[in-house]
Design a protein around this ligand. Sequence first.
Ligand code: ASP
Ligand code: MG
Length: 406
Amino acid sequence: MGKRLIVQKYGGSSVANVERIQNVAKRVVGYKKKGNDLVVVVSALGDTTDELIELASQINSEPSEREMDMLLSTGEQISVALLAMAIHKLGFEAISFTGAQVGIITDTTHTRARVIKINTQKIRKELAKGKIVIVAGFQGVALNHDITTLGRGGSDLTAVALAKELKADLCEIYTDVPGIYTADPRIEPKAKKIDIITYDEMLIMASLGAQVMQARSIEVAKKFNVLIHVRSSFSDKPGTMITKEGKKMEGVLVRGVTLNKSEVKIAIYAVPDRPGIAATIFNQLAKMGVSVDMIVQNVSHFRQTDISFTVNKADAPKALRLTRKVASEIKAGEVVEDQDIARISIVGVGMKSHPGVAAAMFESLARNKINIEMISTSDISISCIIKKKFAEAAVKALHEKFGLAK
Ligand code: ASP
Ligand code: MG
């Protein structure tokens, strides 16, 4: 095999303490010894980011987003320097950089900035000198020189964007689990590691609660066809490859089952049934930055209907306030919130070419006496809203139904 350029990203848990940093250094050096060029992206040590957020909240409950970026970006600056030192100790050359130093240019949307462009000259120059290049994840710099961050879990995005820009042969995402699973192994012990998954499946699984990779990083990987390998930094076993869809991948009907308990249902009763009402409600929510997930409108009776939708728990208070306001404006009835819901979903590109998957899912839930409150589908996923207390049973039932333990 010729010389390969590999981008590796190590998550916070992989560099949580001195021993783990040394372990990462050994792994990186192992790849270097095989003649590869390496660019290593690192997250902040352990729970540093959460701790910094907590610290800020003790000072100011509504801290300025610019200052939050100044604060949070320090986490990754610590880890890159320590990893470089650990690699030096092993007798290899390494150099660390902040996002600003390597030239990860973003817009000015503090705390969730978008990458506009990446200058790779500096990285290439150091690689050419034989050095291992270590880049602080999760951060960039705006054109006005302000430091920005790329949203929680943003180191994944740093890695994917660098892999794309450097035309890397592979992008490895190291984490504390062996890969992506057919279901959460804490709920379904029979869950199996998935060897290969498509970008689209992974995107849905990520957004539905399989929190292994930042969703935005998968969007970017898909757009630029960056091959990703998600794997554990505590083992040498292969993990899960995330790749584009191929003929072979459609053979699997359901790739995985996911559960999301962080949504809330809001229902508006007695909504006047006339054109433009739904638009009014959801426009208002969109304007305030509340993204709505599932929507169900009941059949109308006497020119009135009920509309229910789900939003993320974090957005619920705002959504509820806005919906009550709109409901009174349009002369609708009561607005109620239901926190006792869970979203159970099945995901698989094979569904596109196989009818009857939804029916099989509903049947399995029915056989387990689990009532479905809402349904939504895409071409590669089906989600049902059920009562929270049935969530775990539903995961197991569907895992079994679609033969995922085999
Ligand atoms: N340290 C940041 C976070 O915890 C970025 C990352 O871990 O990817 O969100
Ligand atoms: Mg982190």
